[in-house]
Design a protein around this ligand. Structure first.
Ligand code: ADP
Length: 550
């Protein structure tokens, strides 16, 4: 910019200087030529008067370096020439100025030397006797004048160019400085040339637009970070080369990484062959899923190719915790297998006994025992199917009708239904507590109390006792069922709430247990957002405490 301004100033200054010199020289030359012409004419007039009086004598006396006077006869022969002998001259009749003077009384012409550096001006006039007197003078032409003045002109031009250079340098700097000092952050606050005001106005407008766009982008980025930060699912965004662009806290946890991994190659920070293949697969086919176990939990990794205008621009990796789903699936499979097994055993017993009777292989006196066995197994099946139905209803998580329930009253009703089997084992049931009202599902609360008391009887010793208490503490209604039975070994305590889990299978079957009672209790308590605690000592009894939030 500075150089351009500098060059422009130099060119303009040079052009002005040159044209000034040419114009001035042209004007001066014309002026002096005019003066010379007038002087020449005056001189001729004076010479004519003198020649008419004195003839050749006058001309012989006039010896001038500046002027040359030629006296030409009417026939063109030179009578006298102050510059040379008349004999040496050819006939002048054809000379333009002479010809014109003879015809019109006066004539003039200019002739140039071969080199064009000398110009000779002729002026002729006819005298009274018909002869012509001609005066001429030579002078340098403009070309010679310029050549003669070349040195001073060059000196002036060089000085002028140096001065212009210095001036142009300073000027260009002065012009550019305010532009360099412009504050483009606040364009309207600049005090500079009026001419660039529209530009500054446009910059100011664009600045505002850029600021608004940056703000919108930042806001969107913050929103994105907030959303992904709250996600339970892991999210990793990579560019087309697998460089991590963004990773949310959940993904950092799953891969044991931190924020510093952003900008690095994902496959170098998480070296795993299966993952490597999955991402390559997603790049090639668009999508790939794998499952892996990390820190004891099951995860599903979904890698997908991101495209824009049919061109791959990145990869998105979503990570889902599917531990519960996998567990539920496993439980479902186990449950199905267990149910089939549990159903098959009594059915086989029934079929076996029935076949023996049918084939007449049972003696008459053994018949009641076999029929009794069939009835017992069939009853077990009914109880089992009942428990399975109850459990699957709880699994459905259907919304059941809740009502205010007096827990003490419900315990009394339930134990009333169990009093016969308790009596069979000479077991004493004592109920202690106050009236506690909770908001719950009557059917489920009945199941809880029934199963706990049923177990307390089933796994009790002959003549033992059961203590049921209902209390209230810290916003909880607390139901405790304590027995003096066989107890549960410590290593089984965690598992007795699993479906079909029995500590002693034969004992459980003997007492008509299905292995589903405590599972139903667990689900029913969870439905009421309650908590179960179990304490037990082998041969010393079991205490199960359930807290219902009120
Ligand atoms: P079951 O129908 O076999 O009783 P449950 O789910 O009710 O099944 O109980 C699971 C297992 O827990 C029982 O088989 C039994 O071994 C043990 N158990 C449950 N309650 C008691 C208790 N009060 N005393 C001793 N063992 C118990």
């Amino acid at each position: 910019m500075t150089r351009k301004i500098f060059n422009s100033i130099i060119i303009v200054a040079g052009t002005i200087l040159l044209s000034s010199v040419i114009i001035i020289m042209g004007c001066l030359y014309n002026y002096f030529e005019d003066v010379r012409e007038r002087g020449l004419k005056d001189e001729l007039k004076l010479s004519m008067a003198a020649v008419e009086d004195d003839g050749v004598h006058y001309l012989e006396k006039v010896k001038s370096d500046r002027y040359r006077i030629t006296w030409i006869a009417a026939d063109g022969t030179v009578i006298y020439d102050t510059a040379a002998n008349s004999e040496e001259h050819e006939n002048h009749l054809e000379r333009m100025e002479v010809k014109s003077a003879l015809e019109n009384g006066e004539g003039e012409s200019n002739r140039y030397s071969d080199t064009l550096f000398e110009k000779t001006m002729y002026y002729a006039k006819r005298m009274n006797d018909g002869s012509v007197l001609r005066i001429s003078t030579s002078s340098a032409t403009v070309g010679l004048l310029v050549l003669g003045m070349l040195q001073p002109i060059l000196i002036v031009v060089v000085i002028a160019l140096i001065m212009s250079g210095i001036l142009a340098g300073r000027l260009s700097k002065r012009i550019v400085k305010p532009l360099n000092d412009l504050n483009l952050e606040k364009p309207l606050e600049n005090d500079t040339y009026e001419e660039i005001s529209p530009l500054l106005l446009r910059i100011s407008r664009q600045n505002k637009e850029i600021k608004a766009q940056v703000k919108a982008i930042q806001q969107r980025a913050a929103e994105f970070e907030q959303i992904t930060g709250c996600m339970n699912e892991g999210l990793v965004l990579m560019d087309k080369d697998g460089i991590i662009l963004s990773i949310n806290p959940a993904a950092n946890r799953i891969f044991s990484l931190d924020e510093s991994c952003v900008g690095r190659d994902f496959l170098t920070v998480y070296r795993d062959h299966e993952m490597n293949l999955c991402i390559k697969n997603a790049i090639e086919s668009g999508h790939c899923e794998i499952q892996q176990t990390r820190f004891g939990r099951e995860y599903q990794f979904d890698a997908s190719r991101i495209e824009s205008d049919d061109e791959m621009i990145g990869i998105i990796l979503l990570i889902f915790d599917i531990t519960e789903r996998v567990q539920a699936e496993r439980n479902r499979r186990e449950f199905t297998a267990n149910v089939s097994h549990e159903l098959k055993t009594p059915l086989q017993g029934i079929i076996g006994s029935a076949e023996l009777i049918e084939n007449g292989m049972v003696k008459q006196e053994d018949l009641p025992r076999f029929i009794g066995h069939i009835r017992k197994e069939a009853s077990r099946l009914v109880i089992l199917v009942g428990d399975i139905i109850r459990l699957s209803q709880l699994d459905e998580k259907a919304e059941l009708i809740k009502e205010e329930i007096n827990l003490l009253q419900l315990v009394e009703e339930t134990t009333e239904n169990l009093k016969d089997i308790a009596k069979d084992k000479n077991i004493e049931i004592s109920i202690d507590g106050k009236q506690v009202i909770i908001y719950g599902v009557r059917k489920l609360l009945y199941e809880i109390i029934y199963n706990l008391c049923d177990n307390a009887i089933k796994y009790n010793i002959y003549g033992g006792n059961i203590k049921i208490s209902i209390t209230k503490n810290n916003q909880n209604a607390v139901l405790t069922v304590a027995d003096t039975g066989i107890g549960i070994p410590q290593e089984h305590l965690d598992r007795v709430f699993e479906r079909f889990y029995r500590v002693d299978k034969s004992h459980s079957k003997e007492t008509g247990g299905t292995g589903l009672g405590l599972s139903i209790v667990k689900h029913a308590v969870a439905y009421h957002h309650g908590k179960i605690d179990i304490e037990s000592k082998v041969n010393n009894g079991t205490t199960i405490t359930i807290k219902f939030p009120m």
